[in-house]
Design a binder for this molecule. Structure first.
Ligand code: TRP
Ligand code: ZN
Length: 889
């Protein structure tokens, strides 16, 4: 909370600290209402910095005492304010002892040490450690940690920290202690502590070199039956990292703790991961297929951080994507290997296009290696994570699997135990490949999404086919003139009968024997590639596998798109062709409505869907995705000025018309797949595929509110033995607002809640389904649900499932032209600004896009943004987003 304006921090100002902390000895004395933290820091002068002052970060801490080399210091011997503690006139080595008192039960920000239900736990990344004690809270200060925890044995039987348990013992008055030692050097953001009443499930993993690692998952007693899937995922991830990256785990125990109140998905603290319950607990009765996949991915992600993040960490927070981009790339490849590679790719690209592209297009746009920030928590973004992973993927594709592995081996061996930069990562890739990455580095330094527009000409006489590429990228705050990116474009040319052999002067395909595909490297603002010996007018299949995170435009005709669907073996491109087809269709429908006419369903689209539905031998999950219309968010992202009403009208019309026209096909599909419902549940790719297509069919069948569709949904709702089927049916019923459906709808709402009221994560679905109803009454329902007994207005998962879903996934309602929803969101942000700034700031996201709407909506959104900005004690988090948003031109 600021009196003066928060300051920007710049990458160019980076300098090393004046002291290192060689050893960190912490003692936590846990009492009922407070915790006393005493820390002993072994300081050693950093001789490369000429400065005898030491500044230690500290938040709102109660300072109980400071001693230097055993001598108590009085208040005149140091300076202490709300930013931290400064000591001056220091020598080369010291032992600094500091005692602070903190109040975890009052900490609603969920940063630092806080209470979640029956336990105390920590979240230190990025800068939460400073809320525990005064410290050099920066990732380049790596220290050897020893931790002793003492507490009441009744309320806190379990006492955990990083590394190995050293000692435990009984103390007077029903108290006990446990001490821990972590042999690996680490920055304080990887510190963790957990204390409370917890149960656990154990498992075992034997490493490639034959060491046994104990895997222990701590949960509340009631959740013991939801642990095995995460443990299995962990073992798969450990084996995968040995096989694919040659990386073994490096401690004898790996602990995960599940907590209910958590700002993000999970945290990779060394040897002691802390997870949001939503990303670790799973069993078929309460968990959907999408959530099973999320658990598998997040468990793997945090595990992979042990190397990409912990053993090799970030020099400063501008390097955040060094660990996050690389680790997301690693977990995406892992998920692709565990399930359907194509579906994983399609899901990731959809996320990137609808959300990351919007971020790149808005006022919070930043480079993957940003050059400044006010509050680092605001930079845990889709750009850092997802675009960062796309950049690593491009490097992987440019180098090929083998050289990339050589590069990662060199990275881990050269930088083990160090805090490094993105440049260090790229340097190893350059070294092993001999490739110059100078131009490629622009992907890290220049913000916003490049646009690549492609046009073609065919010369029948010369038998040449020319593709002209033009790239551009919008101006952003950090850089006015964007230099051209190096854009890898994976390409095939499709003739009438299939793929053509490719022949481009001076280019050979080094990575594969297949001469029908090529990785072009587009590196100029404009350039033309000429293909020789092309004996018929081809259709270009561009950006295969989504080989670069760009907005591609090429004027495809319907015939072109059908040819891609017929002849392209890359599943991503086939899916993308269906999406292109649908986008063109939605645009045509919008134009028809706008002209005051009634649209009609394009028979070719119908024909396409009919034939897709008839083909049984394909990846059924991919088929389900092909049958999914682009969402309103993505459609908005493609509009120059977003017209929410026109988008909603056209998309809903098309979906309903498809539902009606294809009813027999959907019914046959549903019935065929529903036969399999009695087979034993499996979360493997096949099981997931069957259920996703079946539930897609059910969605269409129930869309028109017909008795047929709704009674199938009701039947499935009652018969379901897994949450995927149960929730899909529940959603189909609740989302149908026809008057005839009122009784059925209300019955479903009551029975679902009664059945699941003791399962917090399932109740969150119950909130989300109601928050995403596309009806004018939804905002009032959301407000009413705030008062529901199961709602907790400080729990991030609850807030996400109600406020987050309403404001982000229910685009049409959120942007209702009376501005009510904007006011509602601003009220929530102002309430959370004090209680939980990270969540408050994240909830702001939909308002950051205000400039993209019509004048009326812009004014309404601006009014609320200004109301937020006028709040006298804005957190840095909210301040940064609101001020950048209002400064948007
Ligand atoms: N490092 C975590 C991850 O991506 C991210 C994270 C977890 C985080 N909790 C946080 C970031 C709280 C900021 C604040 O795996
Ligand atoms: Zn991460």
């Amino acid at each position: 909370m600021q009196n003066s304006e928060p300051q920007k921090i710049y990458l160019k100002d980076y300098c090393q600290p004046s002291y290192w902390i060689v050893k960190t000895d912490l003692n936590f004395d846990i009492q009922d209402t407070y915790v006393d933290v005493s820390s002993k820091l072994q300081l050693r002068k950093n001789h490369t910095v000429n400065n005898d002052r030491l500044f230690l970060h500290g938040g709102e801490l109660e300072l109980l005492g400071v001693a230097l080399d055993g001598q108590h210091l009085d208040e005149t011997a140091y300076h202490c304010d709300k930013e931290g503690l400064t000591l001056s006139g220091l020598a080369n080595e010291h032992l600094l002892e500091i005692t602070t008192r903190i109040y975890p039960a009052k900490n609603t920000s969920l940063e630092g040490l806080y209470q979640s239900r029956l336990m105390l736990c920590t979240q230190c990344e990025a800068e939460g450690f400073r809320n525990i004690t005064y410290y050099l809270d920066r990732p380049d200060v790596m220290s050897e940690f020893s931790v002793r925890i003492e507490a009441d044995k009744q309320t806190c039987p379990v006492l955990l920290s990083n590394g190995n348990e050293l000692e435990r013992g009984e103390l007077e008055a029903g108290r006990h202690f446990v001490s821990w030692h972590d042999p690996h050097l680490k920055p304080c953001y990887l510190f963790a502590l957990v204390a409370g009443r917890l149960s656990y499930v154990d498992d075992l993993f034997t490493t490639n070199s034959g060491r046994d690692v104990l895997l222990r998952l701590f949960v509340e007693d009631k959740d013991l039956d939801k642990c095995q899937y995460a443990l299995d995922s962990l073992k798969n991830a450990m084996a995968w990292d040995e096989r694919v990256y040659g990386r073994e785990y490096d401690l004898d125990i790996y602990m995960i703790v599940a907590v209910d109140d958590f700002n993000m998905g999970a945290m990779e603290n060394k040897g002691l991961n802390i997870f949001n319950t939503s990303c670790v607990l799973a069993k078929k009765e309460t968990t959907t297929d999408a959530e099973f996949q999320r658990v598998e991915a997040v468990v793997a992600h945090e595990y992979f951080h042990n190397w990409s993040g912990n053993r090799v960490t970030c020099r400063d927070w501008f390097q955040l994507s060094l660990k996050e981009g690389f680790t997301v790339f690693r977990d995406a490849e892992f998920s692709a290997d565990m399930g359907s590679r194509t579906v994983k790719r399609v899901e990731d690209v959809s996320l990137l296009r609808s959300l990351q592209f919007a971020e790149d297009g808005g006022p919070m746009a930043h480079a993957v290696q940003p050059d400044s920030f006010i509050e680092i928590s605001n930079f845990y973004t889709l750009t850092i994570y997802e675009k960062g992973a796309e950049i690593v993927r491009m490097i992987y594709n440019l180098l090929g699997a083998e050289k990339f592995r050589l590069g990662s081996d060199l990275y881990f061996s050269r930088h083990d135990g160090q805090a490094v930069t993105i440049e260090d990562f790229v340097a190893v890739m350059s070294e092993v490949s001999g490739r110059d990455f100078t131009q490629f580095m622009r992907w890290y330094k220049q913000a916003a999404t490049p646009e690549l527009s492609v046009s073609a000409s065919y010369d029948e006489q010369q038998r040449t086919y020319s593709l002209n590429f033009k790239q551009s990228c919008r101006v952003t705050a950090e850089c006015e003139y964007k230099k051209p990116f190096l854009i890898p474009v994976d390409i095939s040319l499709l003739g009438e009968a299939g793929k053509l052999a490719l022949n481009v002067d001076g280019l050979t395909n080094t990575e594969s024997e297949d001469n029908t595909k090529l990785m072009l490297e587009i590196d100029q603002a404009e350039q033309t590639i000429v293909f020789n010996d092309v004996c018929e007018q081809p259709v270009p299949s561009l950006l295969r596998g989504f080989s670069a995170p760009v907005k591609l435009s090429f004027a495809y005709s319907e015939d072109d798109l059908l040819r891609i669907m017929a002849h392209e073996d890359d599943g991503f491109c086939r899916w993308d062709a269906t999406q292109q087809f649908l986008l063109q269709e939605i645009n045509a429908i919008r134009a028809t409505f706008k002209a005051g006419n009634k649209p009609s369903l394009n028979p070719r689209l119908l024909e396409l869907y009919t034939s897709l539905l008839a083909d049984q031998d394909q990846d059924l999950s991919l088929l389900a995705l092909m049958l999914t219309l682009p969402n309103e968010k993505y459609l908005a992202e493609l509009d120059t000025q977003v017209d929410v009403d026109a988008i909603h009208q056209a998309r809903s019309w098309l979906e309903l018309e498809l539902a009606k026209a294809l009813q027999p096909e959907f019914l046959a599909c549903y019935q065929r797949l529903n036969e399999l419902a009695h087979e034993p549940y499996s979360a493997d790719a096949q099981g997931v595929a069957n259920r996703s297509l079946k539930n897609k069919a059910l969605h269409y069948l129930a869309l028109d509110g017909s008795t047929l569709g709704l009674s199938l949904a009701e039947e499935q709702f009652h018969a379901a033995s897994n949450m995927t089927d149960e929730l899909a049916a529940f959603r189909a019923i609740v989302h149908c607002m026809e008057v005839d459906n009122t009784t059925r709808r209300e019955r479903a709402l009551v029975s679902f809640y009664e059945k699941w009221k003791d399962e917090a994560l399932v109740v969150n679905h119950w909130f989300s389904v109601q928050a995403s109803v596309a009806a004018a009454s939804t905002l009032d329902d959301v407000k009413a649900l705030f008062k529901h007994e199961a709602f907790d207005s400080l729990n991030p998962n609850k807030l996400r499932s109600l406020v987050g879903v309403f404001c982000n996934a229910n685009t049409w309602c959120f942007h209702a032209k009376n501005g009510e929803a904007y006011r509602f969101l601003a009220d929530e942000i102002l309430r959370l600004n004090k209680a939980n700034p990270q969540i408050a700031s994240r909830l702001l996201t939909p308002l950051t896009q205000w400039r993209r709407y019509d004048g009326v909506r812009q004014a309404l959104m601006k009014e609320q943004l200004e109301r937020i900005q006028a709040e006298p004690s804005l957190s840095k988090d909210v301040f940064e987003v609101v001020s950048k948003t209002l400064a948007d031109k």
